[in-house]
Design a binder for this molecule. Sequence first.
Ligand code: PRT
Ligand code: ZN
Length: 296
Amino acid sequence: MSSNRSTPLTANGTLRIAIQKSGRLSEGSLALLKQMGLGFETYRDRLFAQCRNMSIDILFLRDDDIPEYVRDGVADLGIVGCNILDESQVPVERLLPLDFGYCSLAIAVPEQSPLKRISDLAGKRIATSYPATLARFLKEKQITAEMVLLKGSVEIAPALRVADAICDLVSTGSTLRTNRLTVLETVSRSQAILIGKKNPSTKKQKIIEKLLLRAQGVQEARKYKYIMFNASASALETIKKLVPGCKSPTVVPLADPGFIAVHSVVLEEAFWDVVEKIRECGGSGILVSPVEKFIR
Ligand code: PRT
Ligand code: ZN
């Protein structure tokens, strides 16, 4: 037996997944892992949790540290914002965009600023916590500007006359509005992403592939609704086109002759259009439920 077995954190063969301990990505990361079937408890101030049903540990870290931990193999997988990866350029595998934690990195100026176009930024001061990403962007646009590096509260830099513009993350835009700032240019877009260590061992690769399939199943499911309704059998051909599902809809005859019950899945984004069309062709008793997992 290896001496590594003495502490759970170094247990041999255990896969480790690093997620943000406390912040904007924590809730989405925890929800995803749980929907992927990982059973574990979270307590405040705990730095790691052991899954009770799989040989997996969850590490709770500051988001900025996650790429390095994954690169170094301290964790095998991690969930982090693309913005952090773009900034740190740490070499890890980008495995799966996760469809939460959406934001954009944007350059913003005071509402009354004379700066109107990105070319106006030449020779100006831009406050940011994302110097590498901003530097690449400015270089691409052939603009030379001064960067003011701030760790937090970047949005107050113009009011303090520390900078003429800022380059910061924006999601709802309310922080910008509160500080009377307006977006001049979007530098990049971001969402949470599942990352992995490059070249994992064959044993770990197998578990990672299983977990990826589960994560994709959870994500696919979120895009769809399960729909059931009754219709006249004569409308079947139209209905098949409306709700094709994976292969074709499930059609069950009703006790009432000439009528059918149809079961299928519908993309959430097309849902209301489809429902209206179902009603137009005589569909009724429309029942809709969420899809928990969807494995194609
Ligand atoms: O303690 P730790 O280092 O782990 O956390 P943190 O404070 O560095 O990060 P946190 O929790 O604020 O953000 C974690 C990740 O969430 C980021 O790396 C992004 O990938 C993502 N994310 C999504 C955001 C935002 N939206 C966001 N709006 N991160 C930060 N913000 C901030 C932004 O910096 C600005 O101050 O929210 C403010 C603007 O928000 P709106 O809604 O007013 O536009
Ligand atoms: Zn952070």
